[in-house]
Design a protein around this ligand. Structure first.
Ligand code: DX5
Ligand code: ZN
Length: 214
């Protein structure tokens, strides 16, 4: 299991140090939750902050856009230092043209689905994307409980990835602890996004190792 550490749960007063610390502690990706107050209730950070913290770690930045009309901003996030740009299937853009728009920036492309969205919306696009993200909480806030009923989506994605021999990675996002990471692993996920269980832990290295070791 690979771990994407969500800085949403970090201490924002020292964000650069937190990014450095999490990368030194064994995270595979830095996961950055971008929220615009429209697509979700919360407002977080944009390209200027990503650009500022980019030099603090050399691991890839996994940027999760929870914003409306994401296509308007792909170039900005690419230029700010995103390595993977994920947008939501529900965000209003035409999916195929948005996928191609991310690809034209030269970055990897991910598509995420909210808990109420059927996995079928993602299945046909699997061959075109690098990352399929199953939300295991309602997007908007960290610290929510994991939704085990989302594992059927992960299993469906895994089956399709295997059937077609694809390289597309499957990521689950929200409510990850070492226990829920185990469920995600058994269902076929490649990457777990974890914020609270990493940044609020007294031993960050161990918290990451426990998720990786499931
Ligand atoms: C929720 C975000 C998640 C969140 C995960 O909208 O997409 O990435 O930060 O945080 P925890 O691990 O606290 O559920
Ligand atoms: Zn996220």
């Amino acid at each position: 299991m690979k771990v994407a550490a969500s800085v949403l749960a970090s201490d924002f007063s020292k964000l650069g140090d937190e990014v450095e610390r999490v990368s030194r502690s064994g995270a595979d990706f830095v996961h950055i939750d971008v929220m615009d107050g429209v697509f979700v209730r919360n407002i977080t950070m944009g390209p200027a902050i990503i650009r500022a913290i980019r030099p603090c770690a050399s691991i890839p930045f996994d940027v999760h856009l929870m914003i409306t009309e994401p296509s308007r901003y792909f170039a900005d996030f690419a230029e700010a230092g995103a390595d993977i740009i994920t947008f939501h299937a529900e965000a209003g853009s035409n999916l195929l043209s948005a996928i191609n728009a991310v690809k034209s920036t030269g970055k990897k492309v991910g598509v995420a689905i909210k808990p109420a969205t059927m996995v079928d919306e993602l299945l046909e696009y699997l061959p075109m994307i690098d990352l399929a993200v199953v939300m295991t909480v309602e997007p908007g806030f960290g610290g929510q409980p994991f939704m085990p009923e989302m594992m059927s989506k992960v299993r469906a994605l895994r089956e399709e990835v295997c059937k077609q021999g694809l390289k597309t990675l499957i990521e689950v996002d929200g409510g990850i602890t070492k226990e829920t990471a185990k469920m995600a692993a058994q269902s076929g996920a490649d990457i777990c996004v974890a914020g609270t269980s990493i940044f609020k832990s007294s031993d960050m290295k161990r918290a990451i190792a426990e998720i990786k070791g499931v």
